[in-house]
Design a protein around this ligand. Structure first.
Ligand SMILES: C[S@@+](CC[C@H](N)C(=O)[O-])C[C@H]1O[C@@H](n2cnc3c(N)ncnc32)[C@H](O)[C@@H]1O
Length: 367
């Protein structure tokens, strides 16, 4: 299955276009890097410099083909974002394509992104629902449909009260792919329980004011020879079940008052709300974007932090080749990852230099 449109190049043509001399730019690979220029060129330079297969996480938030001009206002503490150009505004970036040009622009870069990703790597593509469905087909073509992992709905704003005949739009989407869906880094980052969750799931409170619930001391499945099938305090586990932990460990829990005994002498293990590992993160996220962005379409930092913690390791390189304000780079730095950013906009370069002022990186200006 593939999407057909005018001007679609063969993979060979794209890879041919990306060829460049390894000596064209001097890059210090062990440092963070920021390329100022077109990301097709930047990705090509990285490939030519031997970074093929070495990036564990790529997050991109490209233009959405909105047919708009994104600007920042000059001379204000916090820039306001206007979509039309007026005398006191600077163009941050121009989002004007035909549909087929846009799709090919993205597809060319996605091929290079795939080449750069490591075997345990992941790609997150942030997009809206107008372009997202086209990009899903292109991503399936480039990465293989098997490597599609999630289509995440991201609640980006407060509810809208549109006058047009439509439902309010408060979400965009994040398409999550792996280079190889059997190997991608996924650290099982969880979401902390809310106060409501704690009250609902842990309905008892102990003398110290800690919320808890209890679970049986036994679990399904019989142990034939192991400790968890042995007698404990004169009892055997019920038929078809085994003790959750060995009798020795049950004694230790009991000594620490971590077993609750009912009036009829039935023991249950106490589980505390403050020791809960958190909830599995689902595919609907609420991460609203800043109300006063310093750059148009600047994304929520906590969302980026979560993505980086989830899909990269301490020794990973994180890349954002539509870097904008440098939000991904800032969070990669916070989590101790090496990072590479790219943006073509002088406004972005200016904001990134301010945003990452105290952070070491090599700036590479592309021709
Ligand atoms: C949606 S914004 C990214 C916002 C960013 N995620 C943030 O949180 O600030 C898209 C960015 O892509 C950049 N861009 C567009 N075309 C590009 C290209 N060919 N090469 C590099 N950057 C490009 C634009 O200048 C713009 O900064």
């Amino acid at each position: 299955m593939e999407l057909i449109y005018q001007g679609k190049k063969s993979v060979e043509e794209i890879l041919e276009l990306s060829k460049c001399s390894p000596d064209a730019y001097k890059i210090e690979k062990e440092r963070n890097l920021f390329f100022f220029g077109d990301n097709f060129k930047a990705l090509s330079v990285l490939l030519a410099q031997g970074l093929k297969g070495s990036i564990d996480l790529i997050y991109i938030d490209p233009p959405y083909n909105t047919n708009q001009v994104f600007t920042v206002s000059e001379g204000e503490r916090s820039s306001t974002i206007s979509r039309t150009k007026s005398s006191n505004t600077l163009i941050a970036y121009n989002d004007n394509f035909t549909l087929s040009n846009y799709l090919e622009f993205m597809r060319e870069r996605l091929f290079l992104i795939r080449e750069l990703l490591s075997d345990i790597g992941s790609l997150y593509v942030h997009i809206d629902s107008k372009m997202g469905h086209y990009l899903k087909l292109i991503l399936d073509e480039v990465f293989g449909a098997d490597n599609f992992i999630n289509d995440i709905s991201r609640i980006k704003s407060n509810p809208k009260n549109f006058s047009r005949r439509a439902y309010g739009n408060e979400k965009d989407i994040v398409l999550f792919y792996a280079k190889n869906h059997k190997k991608n880094i996924f650290n099982n980052v969880t979401e902390p329980l809310s106060e409501d969750d704690k009250i609902r799931m842990f309905n008892k409170v102990d003398g110290a004011g800690r919320r808890y619930n209890t679970v049986p001391v036994h679990a399904p499945g019989e142990t034939v020879n192991g400790d968890t099938g042995r007698e404990w305090k004169g009892m055997l586990p019920p038929k078809g079940r085994h003790w959750r932990v060995s009798p020795k460990e049950l004694d230790e829990l009991d000594a620490k008052n971590l077993i609750e005994w009912s009036k009829n002498g039935v023991p249950r293990i106490k589980k505390f709300a403050d020791e809960h590992k958190g909830k599995k993160i689902q595919d609907v996220w609420t991460f609203k974007d800043p109300a006063y962005p310093i750059y148009p379409t600047e994304k929520n930092l906590q969302m980026l932090e979560m993505i980086i913690a989830q899909s990269s390791n301490q020794d990973s390189i994180v890349l954002d080749c539509f870097a904008g304000s440098g939000s991904t780079l800032k969070m990669a730095e916070k989590l101790g990852r090496q990072w590479i950013g790219v943006d073509i906009s002088p406004v972005s370069l200016n904001v990134v230099q301010k945003n990452l002022e105290k952070i070491d990186f090599q700036l590479i200006k592309l021709d």
